[in-house]
Design a protein around this ligand. Structure first.
Ligand code: SAM
Length: 244
């Protein structure tokens, strides 16, 4: 049946994504710096600044598709002693790198959980905020991931998503296209020994919904006051929503 076919296709997509991140886990952080020319740091800083975790009140944070812990470390630095973060990822290789490089000062305030964004192994109404950075476009069923985000947030909780978007400045869009189709697979081949994985990543960026369409999906999942903010000419965007 068509349904059977779709299920196989979705499982294949996840299998492919898992293979990519197993193969790049050790070099993931250095690749990020190289391929975004360090820009991913500014984008993540922006994400965390929108979050403004309280330094006095407890802040329970969930970072999904958290990989090697980049966003989690920033949230812990921005928050106070009463901030703690759960890093969830489907890929143990990525989490292992994260756990190894987690600074000593975060001990007891960070934990690493293996799980799927589509069915979080976490109780309802637990977290003050949920972030997902460069993760949701890898998840086969975005609607399920959004529903799960809403479920685990407390009422009043915040959803924030940093993801690649559409460049809509003339000239910059042409440069960006050339860069992603020619330069990124080459860096992937040189540094991670894996051009194919990076070709796949570029493709997945093209297939991801536009800012407006993605905002619509977040609303459909039941979030309120949904906004989207393009950064760096639309190379990436931050979508925000609230569970009320
Ligand atoms: N958030 C990190 C960052 O910004 O540096 C890592 C982003 S990395 C591009 C994408 C991550 O999504 C990978 O670690 C991958 O294992 C994870 N991932 C892919 N599919 C997932 C799923 N269904 N559930 C949870 N994590 C997933």
């Amino acid at each position: 049946t068509d349904f059977g076919y779709e299920r196989v296709a979705l499982a294949q997509k996840q299998g492919r994504v898992d293979a990519v991140f197993h193969s790049v886990a050790r070099r993931y952080d250095v690749m990020n710096d190289l391929m975004s020319a360090g820009l991913h740091r500014a984008w993540k800083a922006q994400l965390v600044s929108m979050l403004r975790p309280s330094r006095s009140r407890p802040h329970r944070h969930l970072d999904v598709a958290g990989g090697t812990g980049d966003v989690a470390f920033r949230v812990l630095d921005a928050g106070g002693a009463r901030t703690d973060v759960t890093v969830l990822d489907i890929n143990e290789s990525m989490l292992r790198v994260g756990a190894e490089r987690a600074p000593e000062r975060f001990k007891g305030r960070i934990d690493f959980v293996t799980g799927n964004a589509e069915s979080l192994p976490l109780p309802d109404a637990t977290f003050d905020a949920y972030t997902i950075a460069f993760g949701i476009r890898n998840v086969p069923r975005i609607d399920l991931a959004l529903a799960e985000a809403r479920r685990v947030l407390k009422p009043g909780g915040r959803f924030l998503c940093l993801e690649f978007s559409q460049v809509d400045l003339p000239v910059l869009d042409r440069i960006y296209d050339a860069y992603s189709f020619h330069v990124i697979p080459r860096i992937g081949a040189r540094v991670a020994g894996d051009a194919e994985s990076y070709r796949y990543l570029v493709e997945s960026i093209r297939k991801f919904p536009t800012r407006g369409a993605f905002a619509g999906l977040i609303e459909q999942a039941g979030f309120r006051h949904v906004t989207d903010r393009p950064l760096s000419g639309g190379i990436v965007a931050i979508h925000s929503g609230w569970k009320v």
